[in-house]
Design a protein around this ligand. Structure first.
Ligand SMILES: CC(C)(COP(=O)(O)OP(=O)(O)OC[C@H]1O[C@@H](n2cnc3c(N)ncnc32)[C@H](O)[C@@H]1OP(=O)(O)O)[C@@H](O)C(=O)NCCC(=O)NCCS
Length: 180
C-alpha cells in the first residue's frame, strides 16, 4: 500500500469537531449503522463484521490517499454526532472523490449534516485542490439530496451501480467552489 502525506486532518465547524476515523471507533460506527433509519439509506443489513471492515477500510484509506472520513462529535458536550468525509471512487474509468455523511438520528434536522458537508467540501478543495467532488444518493433520500445541494453540489446524471434503482449523481467542481 502506498502511503500518502495526510493533508492537515484538523476539522472543525461552529458546532462540530472531527478527527480521522480510527479502529477503536468501530462500536460508535456500529451503533450508527445499526440504526434502521440510517441503515436503510446506506445499504442496510450492517453486521458487526461488515462495520468492522468498513472502519478498517476507512483507516487504510487515510493512509493511502491522505484524505478520508472523520468521526464527528459535538463541540458542546462531546456527543458522537456521526461520520462524514471523502472517499476515492472509480466511476466511468475515472478517479472521483466521493462525499459521504451519516448523522446520528438523535441529531437529525438541526443542520449538522449540512455543516459537516460544507466544511468537508471546503477542506477537500483548499487542502487537496481536487478537480471536483461528487456524491451519490438514491432518489428516495430527499434529506441527503438536500445536504448535497446545500453544500453546493448540483445534479449531474443518473447512474446505475449494480442494479436498479439508479443513483442520482451530484457534483461540484473546483471552479464552482471558488466562485461561490
Ligand atoms: C442525510 C442526513 C445526513 C441529513 O442530516 P441532517 O443533519 O438531518 O441534515 P440537515 O439538518 O443539515 O438538513 C439538511 C436539509 O435536508 C432537509 N432534510 C433532512 N432530512 C430530510 C428528509 N427526511 N426529508 C426531506 N428533507 C430533509 C432539511 O430540512 C434541510 O433542508 P432545509 O434547510 O432546506 O430545510 C441524515 O438524514 C442521515 O444521516 N441520513 C442517513 C444516512 C444517509 O442517508 N447518508 C447519505 C447516503 S447517500
Amino acid at each position: 500500500m502506498t502511503e500518502a502525506a495526510i493533508a492537515d486532518p484538523a476539522f472543525e465547524t461552529d458546532r462540530l469537531n472531527g478527527r480521522p476515523i480510527a479502529l477503536d471507533d468501530v462500536p460508535r460506527i456500529q451503533s450508527l449503522h445499526h440504526d434502521p433509519r440510517v441503515a436503510e439509506h446506506i445499504g442496510g443489513d450492517w453486521t458487526d463484521d461488515r462495520t468492522h471492515q468498513f472502519v478498517k477500510g476507512a483507516v487504510e484509506h487515510w493512509e493511502r490517499y491522505g484524505y478520508g472520513q472523520w468521526v464527528l462529535t459535538l463541540k458542546e458536550g462531546g456527543q458522537f454526532a456521526g461520520r462524514s468525509g471523502l472517499r476515492h471512487y472509480y466511476m466511468d474509468g475515472q478517479d472521483e472523490i466521493e462525499l459521504l455523511y451519516a448523522i446520528d438520528t438523535s441529531l437529525w434536522g438541526q443542520g449538522y449534516g449540512t455543516e459537516a458537508a460544507r466544511a468537508i467540501v471546503n477542506w477537500g478543495f483548499s487542502q487537496h485542490g481536487f478537480a471536483s467532488i461528487v456524491s451519490f444518493t438514491l432518489p428516495d433520500n430527499p434529506g441527503s439530496r438536500r445536504v448535497m445541494e446545500k453544500a453546493g453540489l448540483t445534479f449531474e446524471k443518473e447512474m446505475l451501480r449494480l442494479e436498479p434503482p439508479e443513483f442520482l449523481v451530484h457534483r461540484i467542481t473546483r471552479e464552482e467552489w471558488a466562485a461561490r
